[in-house]
Design a protein around this ligand. Structure first.
Ligand code: CO
Length: 223
């Protein structure tokens, strides 16, 4: 199994190299982690949180699933969020979607991919909520890219509406929620203009961000 052995060989080299550059690195990290960021991103192998943001081990807490979806009853995602906010006291929660997302495309095209259809139904819901203006985009690729952006914004809003984040804001904890979209073609992250630091800001930030994308002012707002 040379394909698997390669990973272990590379790991040994990486550990040696990291130790050589910073002899205390692993020793220090093994005692504690104090990341400032929680990353909620897509499972896509082309969007590795640490690598594209230049962050080292210990600097970002990560949750990934297909199409970076935040569902209010997803105990997995909520547990990661709760631990990151309450215990690790991260300062920023970043929902990062990406252009060319296969999950978003499948949801947009109502493609059957198997069990994951049930998961992607959440992205279909996002599409349905905004279908009127998203479907008016003529170019199919542009339409899918827009849904990638809108999905990231909607999922960031879902983060804002969790009990975890609401309670953190209520007790005055410093915490910002962001929505980004990563470009597979150029490796660049686009800030979608959501930077919410309190419950009061979330509706206006949401509306402003979608407005810049071309959503009509009457786009229904979540409370
Ligand atoms: Co994806």
């Amino acid at each position: 199994m040379p394909d698997i052995r390669r990973l272990l060989d590379q790991n040994r080299l990486w550990a040696e190299e990291t130790h050589r550059k910073d002899p205390g690195f692993f020793e220090n990290l093994s005692r504690q982690q104090s990341p400032r960021y929680l990353w909620i991103g897509c499972s896509d192998s082309r969007v590795p949180a640490n690598e594209i943001t230049g962050l080292r081990p210990g600097e970002v807490f990560v949750h990934r699933n297909i199409a970076n979806v935040v569902v209010h009853t997803d105990l997995n995602c909520l547990s990661v969020l709760q631990y990151a906010v309450d215990v690790l006291q991260v300062r920023h929660v970043i929902v990062c979607g990406h252009y060319g997302c296969g999950g978003v495309k499948a949801a947009l095209e109502r493609k059957n991919v198997g069990l994951a259809d049930n998961w992607l139904r959440h992205v279909e819901d996002v599409h349905l909520k905004h279908a009127q203006w998203i479907d008016a985009i003529e170019d199919a690729e542009a339409r899918a890219e827009r849904l990638c952006e809108v999905n990231a914004v909607e999922q960031a809003l879902n983060v804002c509406q969790t009990t975890v984040v609401r309670d953190a804001w209520l007790r005055g904890q410093e915490l910002s929620v962001h929505a980004w979209a990563y470009g597979l073609k150029d490796g660049l992250i686009c800030d979608l203009g959501i930077r919410v630091s309190s419950a009061a800001e979330s509706a206006s930030a949401y509306q402003r961000s979608l407005g810049k994308m071309g959503a009509p002012a009457f786009t229904p707002l979540s409370p």
